[in-house]
Design a protein around this ligand. Structure first.
Ligand SMILES: [Zn+2]
Length: 717
């Protein structure tokens, strides 16, 4: 029997162990020994268990949030693999369109280059090289964290076959009348020069000024005087007695910012009588509500602010000025003309780009939209209704009920989704133009056709990820592994991603893409603070794994972390689990001294029976926690049992028997202890895969039937 080294040298051993797993082929469901005799009577041998890994954005290093998802999913996967399922964890990487372009823009700016001066094709190729390099680097990091994913099935969101699936979906939706291109009001980031989906806009509260301006016989109120140059319609509520003397559609002369204009009154119930003076003018090009009113009454719409945030010629002497500077000057001029009645402090939510914080300018621009609440031409339910039905019927369940309610609430007020971005990086929209003709969904329709310049929102392609990855993999994979079992991801992308996957999955395949949604929270530091570079409280997962071992980091991430809550992690916590790794190693060294008497006696004492009975109870408890996705409780149970029952009490109690001159009883005692310890290793394996695999190999613990070549990763649960 081989001696154990003094310590578990995680730095050397972890990569070695990972290589052994990869070489075994057991990461692939095709190679699993689910039918072998050790798995005799395996009730799960024909069952698949599948998780599609949320593809990390290939634009940087893995952070602690990634380590959390790797740990959580790897625990589920390793458990099901040991339980005899045909287990598939399909990895991938996301090109992450806008996100990556933002990262790359920063890089370019640091280098002193200007993004908009680089030709599109060159930019695309530069970002592609950057993304692919990051992708390779991240795969190495995922492996270092112990991810037992099937790398032979790995997919990238820009793989040609994935793009083909995305194109097909686009064409199907278009044929069904659910995709349309329309000039509607959109959220425009003047810095990033792209439209943003509603979900990509944040709404920070801003302390602002409310300006009361004289507008003919009215006093109107606005927070944005710089947009008012072209306003020719004033809106009041039909029931507002303050304006009863004016008739609907009455016209009047107004001396306005740059001279006299003719204005028209419209009485519409959409006006809020309690806001300001109850009278407002409309700017249809730069306000969603005003746009709706202009549509309703077929009013003209005129652009006041250009795409970079500068005033257009309609602003007269202010033309060419940036709105951030122009406002004060415009107000000054109005004051001079006696148009400024008064000002009031005003705190309101100002929409901003979620990436750069620049105030979003509503603009009218033709964009591609996906209809959320419209029924497809071929018949059936709208995308929204499909998703709602899947959740209401229980076809899709949430491990945390709060998220089910959030999901349904979001669905209630769903607007059509702007799926196009004016960016370089990503999948260009497969719409082709030649004169008045348009072709949809083709890769390359031939001479004379020009492709739409817009690029899909990254969520449009990643929303199709579960079926796209399986449709484009091995023959039969889709049939075998779809629908998948669990979607585990951060709660912050419930609407961005999870909801869209449910819609697309149902639309394309008739089935929800997964059965269970497990959402994790945001990793926080020991003081429950959000981790950020500015607070200097970031925990680098690979850094701490290098210091304390990956197993310790994984245990620290899962312990105390129920689904849906924000896990707390600190170096102290990780250090604590490093001590547990050491404890396991020392337990292994201890039992190893007695293995010469192992397997020599079939007898059992009442005390051994009691011990084994307790073990069974622990196994049952841990198994049921895992089945209920209460991973933290499973981890804590097995940790306490191993340390506080087995190490602290049982080993101490058994020492005299093991050292006794009664060799028969010593053999019984070591057999019981070995059984208990080996079951602890099995139960700990999904959580702490490296140290348990190493000990298992060193102790030469074999499956009950004594078959050759078994590794802990495929030992029967
Ligand atoms: Zn921006």
């Amino acid at each position: 029997m081989e001696e154990l080294p003094k310590h578990f040298d995680h730095k050397t051993l972890e990569p070695e162990i990972y290589k052994r797993w990869e070489a075994s082929g057991f990461f692939s469901p095709d190679n699993l020994p689910v039918g072998r005799s050790a798995f005799g009577g395996n009730p799960n041998k024909d069952k698949a268990f599948t998780i599609i890994m949320p593809p990390p954005n290939a634009n940087g290093s893995l952070h602690i949030g990634h380590a959390l998802f790797v740990t959580t999913q790897d625990i589920m996967i390793r458990y099901k693999r040991m339980a005899g399922f045909k287990t598939l964890w399909l990895p991938g990487a996301d090109h992450a369109g806008f996100e990556t372009q933002v990262v790359y823009t920063k890089k370019i700016e640091k280098e002193g280059r200007r993004f908009w001066e680089i030709p599109r094709e060159q930019l695309y190729n530069e970002i592609k090289d950057f993304t692919l390099a990051n992708k390779t680097f991240m795969e190495g990091q995922l492996k270092a964290l112990g991810a037992s994913a099937d790398w032979s099935r790995e997919k990238f969101t820009l793989d040609e076959d994935i793009k083909a699936v995305v194109y097909d979906t686009f064409k199907m939706l278009h044929d069904d009348g659910l995709i349309y291109r329309g000039a509607r009001i959109i959220n425009w980031c003047p810095k990033h020069q792209t439209s943003l989906a509603d979900l990509e806009v944040v709404h920070p509260e801003v302390a602002d000024t409310f300006y009361y301006l004289k507008y003919g016989p009215f006093t109107i109120a606005t927070a944005r005087p710089e947009t008012k140059f072209g306003d020719k319609y004033v809106i009041v509520h039909p029931d507002d007695q303050r304006y009863a003397q004016f008739k609907d559609r009455e016209q009047f002369d107004v001396e306005w910012i740059n001279g006299p204009i003719k204005a028209t009154l419209i009485k519409d119930p959409m006006m809020d009588m309690t806001l300001g003076t109850g009278a407002m003018t409309i700017t249809p090009w730069h306000s969603a509500e005003d746009f709706d009113l202009a549509q309703k009454y077929d009013l003209p719409k005129e652009q006041i602010i250009d795409w970079t945030g500068k005033l257009l010629p309609i602003a007269g002497e202010f033309a060419g000025q940036h709105i951030s500077k122009a406002r004060a000057l415009i107000v000054e001029k109005m004051k001079g003309k006696g148009l400024l009645v008064k000002t009031e402090p005003y705190t309101h939510a100002v929409p901003a780009c979620y990436k750069c914080g620049t105030a979003v300018e509503p603009q009218i621009r033709p964009q591609w939209f996906l209809a959320m609440t419209k029924e497809p031409k071929k018949g059936g339910k709208s995308l929204r209704d499909l998703a709602v039905e899947a959740v209401n019927s229980g076809a899709v369940t949430f491990t945390t009920d709060r998220f089910r309610l959030d999901f349904l609430r979001w669905m209630e007020n769903l607007r059509d989704w702007n799926i196009s971005h004016q960016i370089v990086w990503g999948i260009q929209i497969p719409a082709w133009y030649k004169g008045d003709e348009i072709k949809i969904g083709e890769t390359s329709p031939g001479e004379g056709w020009t492709q739409d310049a817009d690029v899909f929102s990254t969520w449009f392609s990643s929303g199709q990820w579960p079926f796209a990855t399986l449709m484009t993999n091995r023959p039969g994979d889709f049939e075998k592994f779809y629908p998948t079992d669990v979607m585990e991801t951060g709660w912050d992308i419930l609407f961005f991603w999870v909801a869209r996957m449910v819609m697309f999955g149902l639309y394309r395949t008739g089935k929800a893409p997964f059965k269970t949604v497990y959402l994790h929270g945001l990793v926080r530091d020991k003081d429950r603070q959000k981790m950020s570079k500015s607070k200097d409280n970031m925990v680098d997962p690979l850094g701490v794994a290098g210091e304390y071992g990956t197993d310790a980091v994984r245990m620290a991430l899962v312990s105390g972390n129920a689904a849906g809550t924000d896990p707390i992690i600190s170096e102290d916590k990780i250090r604590g689990y490093r001590n547990f790794t050491t404890k396991l190693w020392n337990m292994a060294k201890f039992v190893l001294q007695f293995t010469d008497v192992f397997e020599t006696n079939d007898g059992v004492t009442p005390r051994d029976e009691e011990v084994l009975h307790e073990l069974e109870a622990v196994k049952k408890q841990v198994t049921s926690y895992l089945d209920e996705y209460k991973l933290h409780l499973a981890a804590e149970s097995i940790y306490h049992y191993t340390w506080h029952t087995v190490a602290d009490k049982l080993i101490e109690e058994y020492k005299p028997r093991l050292n006794s001159v009664d060799k028969a009883d010593a053999a019984i005692a070591i057999k019981t202890l070995m059984k208990v310890f080996s079951e602890c290793l099995k139960m700990l394996h999904p959580f702490m895969p490296f140290v348990t695999e190493e000990i298992w190999g060193k102790l030469a613990l074999r499956s009950p039937s004594g078959e050759e070549g078994t590794m802990l990763i495929v030992e029967k649960w």
